[in-house]
Design a protein around this ligand. Sequence first.
Ligand code: SAM
Length: 287
Amino acid sequence: MIKMEKYLRKIGNEIWFTEVDRDNLKLDYRIKDIIYSENSLLQQIMVLDSYDFGRMLVLDGAIQTTALDGYIYNEMIAHIPLNTHPNPKNVLIIGGGDCGAAREVAKYSNIDRIDMVEIDEQVVNVCKDYLPEVSGDLSDPRVNFIFEDGTTFVKDKRDYLYDVIIVDSSDPVGPAVKLYELEFYKDLYANLNKDGLMVCQSESPIFYSETMINIYKHLNSLFPIVKMYMATVPTYPGGFWTFTMGSKKYWKPNPDKFDKDTLYINKEIIKSCFAIPEFIKRLLDMN
Ligand code: SAM
């Protein structure tokens, strides 16, 4: 007997998961199987096996990543900053509980340290156990898991700074709200070396343009260089997805240097992903 959770419905013999994006937009996915469903101390965690997207990680009813297209997002959030910084040694990931970003970062043998600060240890354990398509095995000894709120972690002083910081956060609800505030970005700035850079996912330019604009403005008030790039991720409502990079020095990617084994990113994508549609340029006052 299947235990039906919030967000799941049975219609005849079929199980459907509904992602409520907002009042007037709901997305329904037909589910083959509920692989995992538990509450952690912070959020409800589900791994669902869906017909069209394969296994998916769902936190508090919001899809985070799927076996079908998780690589697009994870490659974009990891390789674009790592290709832009000429010699990253210390990398910090904040969030990223599905481990997909860490898996991509670990492809760089020149990186010495990969600190991953995730607030919810249970998300990492569940993804390692039930979502290997996204997490990989992540046995790389350079990945140092730290289970703590990212906003607290960046307040502490360490005897080293980072070259690249990747903010792979969930949407701005619950514990992730503070990851979208100016105060947090100021702390990231302070944790970066003098030629360091950071990137964060900056949401849909169509459905969450206000969040995207706020991130861009915050980063512009701190960093001399701010660049936005884009990818299409079918799992995320609207498909269109933005990433915003704040940099102290480097801004030009080095596509010719790119030599990693990837499914989405290649030299052409690295060159073209910074092309910004006109409506976004207007929203961001870029012209
Ligand atoms: N790619 C995904 C997306 O765009 O929806 C996000 C991936 S990842 C699963 C997001 C992670 O951020 C979650 O595992 C969540 O627990 C973590 N998170 C949320 N707030 C956090 C915080 N304040 N500090 C550290 N991690 C946080």
